[in-house]
Design a binder for this molecule. Structure first.
Ligand SMILES: [Cu+2]
Length: 66
């Protein structure tokens, strides 16, 4: 499965690293792409990861969803 989130507060490589770290800790996450230009987080995952858990991890990293 693959899903995308818009995270308007992404501004720099620090944001990319932080989101990658928090989302990457979830079991079942296969791939994370954070694009500073489009402010999109694209995640490829399988259970037990879920869109809800990934959204939650982005919030835990200190960002809000657009
Ligand atoms: Cu930043």
């Amino acid at each position: 499965m693959e899903a995308k989130w818009l995270v308007p507060e992404i501004t720099c490589d620090h944001c990319v690293d932080k989101i990658e770290r928090f989302v990457g800790e979830l079991e079942g996450v296969k791939r994370i792409e954070v694009d500073v230009g489009t402010k999109q987080v694209c995640v490829e995952f399988e259970p037990p990861a879920s869109p809800e858990a990934i959204g939650e991890a982005i919030l835990d990293a200190g960002y809000t969803l657009g």
